[in-house]
Design a protein around this ligand. Sequence first.
Ligand code: PAF
Length: 282
Amino acid sequence: MHVFDHKKDLISFVQETKNKNRTVGLVPTMGALHQGHLSLIEGALKQNDLVVVSIFVNPTQFDKKDDLEKYPRNLEYDLQQLKRVSNDIVVFTPLAEEIYNGNVQSQSYEFDGLDKVMEGEFRAGHFDGVGTIVELFLKIVSPNRAYFGEKDFQQLQIIRKMVETKELPYEIIGCPIEREPHGLAMSSRNERLPKTTREQAGFIYETLESARAKFGTESAKEIADWVTFQFDKNPVFDLEYFEIADEDTLTPIIKKQEKRKYRAFIAVYADDVRLIDNLRLN
Ligand code: PAF
């Protein structure tokens, strides 16, 4: 398995692959790899001859210094896991200065309002940071396809919007959420949870499932009130937001429309660890 720190080395390796008419998939990650990432990588390996996995904790998408500092990092373990998966993986582990060409700052993007709600409302500048780094990676690797988890569904829609607006020639593929045995959506941040909290965090998914069951008969307001009440009663988790929104526009549901697809989105704090999840409702 090749590991490249410098983009020029990666670019020439990928170019050689493409010259042989072989396809390339990109899986951007911030490391601390778990089964959720591995399933993206396995999906990418099925559809492409070579898969580039980037491991880079992107500073510009963190709105809190503390969150960036505490973000789990374990490159050696990540590399060991990837080695076991396939020889057709190439890992890219750039330094911030190089990937950002010496200017570690976000560009600003027009995401057609997708960035104004939910995560965008609570994490200032987050999606400009994500857009900037994903665009940089896409342009360096120039993959046939790039893979993103539906756990960050808003991020996935924003990346789709960026690729569409800028007419970038890459296919963006969303992959289903992987869950821990108790139902908690897999995330690198889960590593920061105490063991008992991590087990209890299935509560978040259970609440989403109950919201789905209620969606057939109750109004969005009734469901949101019920969810708020469940969290008020729970001493372990603090609800930041719960929203039922249209999957494509991410705008909050006003009146259910037959042909639209809706999802419930949630953000929760367990101590100082922020967890997000979402579930398709219809
Ligand atoms: O989803 C993530 O891990 C990150 O937001 C991404 C897409 C790798 C960009 O840094």
